[in-house]
Ligand binder design. Structure first.
Ligand code: URA
Length: 240
């Protein structure tokens, strides 16, 4: 059981002020586990209760973890004054204060972005020490050679001389513009694109398909998000 004051949780989950939250409770606009709440200092159990404010169901859980299928053209940021961000795409029922993307994809990269309000968990998966594998599909302007596969396994030197940790590279589709799968355990700026550039290839499009052992849900169309289930959360930390 994890008890919190009702007005505090309404404010945190909606962006209303504490004063507005108290007023909504007084007006009978708030239901906790099906019963109308009457007092702002009433407690809500974050692990067991449900919450409805003005008829809208809000998730009370302490932390939220979302899998978003990021479309190209959207920034991996919490907010931006001019451009749409991944947090702007979060469906209304999941909106709450403090959401941010745990890790960044380039604006033109698509695929799996994890959005959460749990700073500690984000730190665990982003820390360079964790070596969480991230899997990408890259469409290339030329073939993947056996030498490239070996070089990725040994660790690629980027054009500025930085040596990357070993990465896995395999071909998913042959052709003039092959589709390659790359698994890296770091998160350097433009890393996948730069790894291919150092072998004379241009990445025509890039998509993240997994974080750790958790794959992007194929049911999510670009721009859609769903909650990551408790049983899935641990698999992100799996070394695949
Ligand atoms: N590597 C890149 O080059 N871009 C991304 O968005 C992610 C990994």
């Amino acid at each position: 059981m994890k008890l919190e004051r009702l007005d505090k949780i309404i404010a945190a989950r909606t962006g209303y002020s504490r004063r507005d939250a108290k007023e909504l409770i007084r007006r009978g606009r708030v239901e906790v586990s099906g019963k109308t709440a009457r007092t702002p200092d009433a407690k809500i159990d974050l692990e067991a209760d449900t919450l409805r404010v003005e008829g809208r169901e809000l998730l009370v859980k302490e932390h939220l973890y979302l899998m978003l299928n990021k479309p190209a053209g959207v920034l991996s940021a919490a907010r931006d004054p001019k451009q749409p961000t991944v947090v702007d795409l979060v469906p209304e029922k999941f909106r709450r204060t403090g959401l941010f993307p745990a890790g960044r994809l380039d604006k033109d990269t698509e695929g799996f972005v994890l959005i959460t309000d749990d700073g500690e968990f984000a730190h665990r998966i982003l820390s360079p020490k964790s070596h969480i594998p991230k899997t990408y599909e890259a469409r290339l302007n030329g073939p993947v050679t056996p030498e490239m596969i070996r070089a990725f396994e040994d660790g690629v030197y980027l054009e500025d001389g930085i040596l990357c940790l070993p990465a896995r590279l395999r071909v998913l589709e042959e052709g003039p513009h092959p589709l390659a799968e790359v698994v890296i355990t770091q998160g350097m700026y433009h890393q996948v694109k730069r790894m291919f550039v150092s072998h004379g290839r241009k990445v025509l499009s890039l998509r993240r398909t997994a974080m750790g052992g958790l794959r992007l849900d194929p049911k999510l169309a670009p721009g859609e998000a769903r909650e990551i289930l408790d049983k899935e959360l641990g698999t992100i930390l799996d070394k695949i």
